[in-house]
Design a protein around this ligand. Structure first.
Ligand SMILES: Cc1ncc(COP(=O)(O)O)c(C=O)c1O
Length: 360
């Protein structure tokens, strides 16, 4: 619809600014040097080694690049592989709405049962008592996502400690979607499951270079899990895509060795978040707290009582700004009166969008 109505597109989550020239040159160099054929099934060794090194410097966790790190065709493929490797008919998987839309269909495709719990506004935190009540003898796994799309909430070390307690007590797998690990604000630090041995012993952490290097179309990511789980993941990965694309792996392997290429992301996106909020301060859209990701939720109670899907459609057609209605992230599709806007945009795009939004 954004294209059809020539609207400023704040809907799907992708940056509208370019990828680093240096990274593009490195990928090009990979192609010129002949890195154009299948990589080894788990990914290029030099990329897996660079990842293990980064995990050690970032989370003080030691993972073996040969047996615990697997390169994937983006975060979504890693999630699909993780779910397919673990879930069997009748297995229940606890997940939290609003949720990234790939979890539920992947679970159902495996004849598993997604058990949807809700994050509670305004902070969209997890009610761990409710999680405990939802655990049954059939519960196989729990999926978390921090920083969280679409709410911008992040889990604290207290959350992870509670998860660790439940996961060990009930012997649960934990699939941890951490694709926004480096997009976190206000001095908060990302709580990766890699820092929690009690979770990681049955954990799979999922990451995406698309988010970290502004290259969502490159579809390159990775998953990290203990050796015994990784063996199972690779059985699915092998017959799903076999391997990630090779020249991107080459370029990223060199580029990520310089910490500066991702360490500045919190500051970079925090200033976009703040700029967008400031530009909308005279509008009737009410921002929710956003501690991570490049999404901002807004309420629009004083603008309209339209359901959020109708509101998003109306704003695209009549006001030239495309957003995502938050109800699409819920299993029951119940209208929730929030819109998600993506601020991974140039200042020019944000200003153009804000001008239109302030008139509504
Ligand atoms: C929470 C979440 N997980 C996973 C992904 C998928 O990442 P990728 O683009 O690498 O498949 C996204 C992308 O929007 C996301 O928001």
């Amino acid at each position: 619809m954004a294209a059809d109505f020539n609207a400023v597109n704040l809907s799907q989550g992708f940056p509208d600014f370019p990828v680093s020239e240096e990274l593009i040159s490195l990928v090009h160099e990979g192609m010129q040097k002949g890195f154009n054929q299948y990589s080894p099934m788990p990914g290029l060794p030099m990329l897996r080694e660079a990842i293990a090194q980064k995990i050690y410097t970032t989370y003080s966790a030691k993972v073996n690049p040969d047996t615990e790190v697997t390169i994937t065709a983006g975060g979504t493929q890693a999630l699909f592989v993780a779910i397919t490797a673990l879930v069997e008919e009748g297995d229940e998987v606890i997940m939290f709405d609003p949720a990234y839309d790939s979890y539920d269909p992947a679970i159902r495709l495996c004849k598993g049962v997604p058990v949807h719990l809700e994050l509670k506004p305004p902070h969209f935190g997890i009610d761990w008592e409710e999680v405990k009540q939802a655990i049954s003898p059939k519960t196989k796994a729990i999926i978390i996502n921090t920083p969280h799309n679409p709410t911008g909430s992040v889990l604290s070390n207290n959350d992870l400690a509670q998860l660790e307690q439940l996961a060990t007590q009930y012997n649960l797998y934990v699939i941890s979607d951490e694709v926004y690990e480096h997009i976190i604000f206000d001095g908060k630090s990302h709580e990766s499951v890699l820092k929690y041995p009690g979770i990681y012993q049955k954990g799979i952490a999922v990451f995406s270079f698309g988010k970290t290097f502004h290259a969502t179309g490159w579809k390159t990511g990775y998953m990290v899990a203990p050796e015994s789980i990784t063996k199972e993941l690779r059985k699915v990965h092998q017959f799903n895509v076999f391997c990630g694309n090779t020249p991107m792996q080459y370029g990223i392997a060199y580029y990520m060795q310089n910490e500066k290429n991702y360490a500045g992301l919190p500051e970079f996106y925090q200033s976009k978040r703040d700029r967008f909020k400031e530009l909308l301060s005279t509008s009737r859209f009410e921002p929710h707290p956003c501690y991570g990701t490049y999404f901002q939720l807004f309420s629009y109670d004083t603008v309209s009582d339209k359901p959020d899907t109708a509101m998003a459609e109306w704003m695209t057609k009549e006001h030239g700004v495309a957003t995502i209605p938050a109800s699409v992230f819920y299993q029951n599709g119940e209208h929730v009166n929030y819109l998600r806007m993506c601020f991974a945009k140039t200042d020019e795009t944000l200003e153009q969008a804000a001008q239109l939004l302030c008139k509504i």
